[in-house]
Design a protein around this ligand. Structure first.
Ligand code: OOB
Length: 568
């Protein structure tokens, strides 16, 4: 007798229309595979092969697929014992340690949903994820990057009633805040069957973070069916196999690192993932040489730093066959230098946590690889390029720039518990408004030319202007604030804050305002790079005063100034 399949969560999730889901199944995209089944298949086919290499709290680790699975099952048993159940949300706030994979597969084995936080996030962001997802636990590390994650998590747990447990990847209990548990203390002998074995592949597997355009980041519900389709197809496009050695240089929890084809693509292919504790060239070149890494994924500023460092390295990088660059626009000049400097093929990756991922392909001509952001994974990824000024969103003529809308077998139909926002982020017929400006070349490749969304892309790290403005507005001496992206040679963009002080009071100093934002507990990359105190915002010609118009005018002025500063 088979038990009825578990549907993890449904409330707050916009489902795919049944006839669309049926079509994706019939086409063979959605296979019914779940995350536990993905690991089962890897263990069956590649059990003794090395799955993961990295440095955890107790030192260097090297686990086979069999060992990774045994750890995940053991941890799942312990988590079940403390009450983590199918459908529970658990915030995973871990740096690139092997325990990251152990933790997410333990949660998948329980049918519990990881909520992926970035290691750079701080208390204000974590508290929001915990509250919004009504998480029952937080899994984190102790001190990392000069910040006590465990203490911060314990502080949040004490304030948010839904959180019953803080679990820490740490060696000794002595290092822990009160009532926190170590991963090690939770490991048990697992039962033969765990709840995750009965999870419906059509239900939500985890909640991923959006870069965000409004005040607070949105949570993205991805199903087993949709996500694993993108993982398997990505692994195929990128030619992964048991011989693949993948270097995770960016945060493991980012969608690029996780699934494009990333750590999960490697599990599907039976390859090896090497988790880099830091993305810098020194660390990564050392790992490339030591582990004979074949594939790595970076954002453009990192690619530039690696290209620079390659000139003087004594490390042997010859194993590296492909460097993937994505998360932000890769300049064509940088793209052309990558193969020369690193001896590796470039692959551009234009993706988004909401779904759609595009790759340049191995057999694309060099110019296409250098100058485009590739084409979609799936023949059923629907792409519309529309006039952003047209209320009817009519498509622009072929080859012209427009706003990118997309719908397809691994693109969400709505954010989690965000009905109001969904009404503007998605069209009535289910297309996601990406906020990116693109054009499609004659060959069908996508070129990203800009964006219409209120987001700053700081070297791949996404910043919602409004979120940072709200932090500045919390300062008692500030009446108004506007954050703009300023072109930056290294990062692509950095942030500049314009701040209007309360009249009659002494204007706060820029350094004090930056410290104020940092001390509110936000990721360091969101702290404005520069702050300028002004009496009023420059007004546009038409005299519009909406924040959007203001930001556009300020951005234009910043670009002009930069051009003036740099006579060519
Ligand atoms: C990836 O995902 P997110 O969710 O952090 O950010 C998505 C946004 C895109 O809408 C676009 O604005 C920008 O990041 N972006 C790019 C890009 N890749 C992402 N803009 C220009 N060129 C590119 N190659 O960033 C992400 C997810 C999966 C794979 C790769 C990246």
């Amino acid at each position: 007798m088979t038990s009825p399949a578990i549907n993890t969560i449904a409330a707050g999730v916009v489902p795919y229309p049944p006839e669309v889901a049926e079509r994706y199944r019939a086409a063979g995209y959605w296979t019914g595979q779940t995350f536990p089944a993905l690991l089962d298949a890897a263990v069956a086919a590649h059990g003794p092969r090395t799955a993961v290499v990295g440095t955890g709290p107790s030192g260097p680790e090297r686990w086979s697929y069999g060992e990774l699975d045994a750890r995940a099952r053991g941890l799942a048993a312990g988590l079940a014992e403390i009450g983590i159940a199918p459908g529970d949300r658990v915030v995973v706030w871990l740096p690139n340690v092997p325990e990251y994979l152990e933790t997410i597969f333990a949660l998948f084995r329980l049918g519990a949903l990881p909520v992926f936080a970035l290691p750079a996030h701080r208390a204000s962001e974590i508290r929001y994820f915990v509250e919004h997802a009504e998480a029952t636990a937080i899994v984190t590390v102790g001190r990392h990057d000069r910040f006590d994650h465990a203490a911060a998590a314990a502080g949040i747990a004490a304030e948010v009633p839904s959180v019953r447990h803080v679990v820490v990847a740490a060696e000794r209990d002595a290092e822990l805040p009160d009532r926190a548990l170590t991963l090690a203390a939770l490991r048990r002998t697992p039962p033969d069957r765990l709840p995750g074995d009965d999870v419906d592949a059509g239900s939500v597997a985890f909640l991923q973070l959006s870069g965000g355009t409004t005040g607070l980041p949105k949570l993205i519900p991805r199903t087993h069916d949709d996500y694993l389709y993108s993982v398997r197809a990505s692994a195929e496009i990128c030619g992964l196999g048991p011989g693949t050695v993948y270097l995770a240089a960016l945060p493991a929890a980012h969608n690029f690192t996780m699934s494009s084809p990333g750590l999960l693509g490697v599990v599907h292919a039976g390859g090896t993932s090497v988790l880099a504790p830091s993305p810098d060239a020194d660390t990564c070149f050392g790992l490339i040489e030591a582990e004979r890494v074949t594939l790595a994924a970076v954002v453009p500023p990192l690619a530039a730093a690696w290209v620079q460092a390659a000139g003087s390295t004594s490390r042997d990088l010859t194993s590296l066959t492909t460097l993937q660059v994505g998360g932000a626009k890769c300049a064509a000049e940088l793209a052309r230098r990558i193969p020369v400097a690193l001896g590796a093929r470039l692959q551009q990756v234009f993706g988004m946590a909401e779904g759609l991922v595009n790759y340049t392909r191995d057999d694309d001509p060099d110019d296409v690889v250098a100058e485009t952001q590739g084409r979609p994974i799936s023949p059923d990824d629907e792409i519309r390029v529309v006039d952003p000024a047209d209320p009817d969103e009519r498509e622009v003529p072929p080859g012209e720039v427009g706003a990118l809308l997309t719908r397809g077998p691994y693109t969400i139909r709505g954010y989690y518990r965000a009905e109001e926002h969904n009404a503007t982020a998605f069209t009535a017929d289910g297309f996601y408004r990406t906020g990116d400006l693109v054009r499609i070349t004659e060959r069908g490749d996508i070129v990203v030319t800009g964006r219409v969304k209120e987001q700053i892309n700081r070297g791949g790290e996404k910043i919602a202007a409004e979120e940072v403005e709200n932090h500045l507005l919390a300062h008692p001496d500030v009446v108004d604030a506007a954050i703009v992206g300023v072109p930056d040679d290294f990062l692509g963009e950095r942030t500049h804050a314009y701040v209007i002080p309360v009249p009659g009071r002494e204007a706060p100093r820029p350094a004090a305002l930056r410290r104020f934002v940092r001390e509110r507990g936000v990721a360091a990359y969101k702290v404005p790079d520069t702050v300028e105190v002004v009496d009023a915002f420059p007004v546009t010609g038409v005299g519009k005063t909406s924040r959007r118009a203001l930001r556009a005018a300020l951005a234009a002025r910043a670009t002009e100034n930069q051009a003036e500063e740099k006579p060519s």
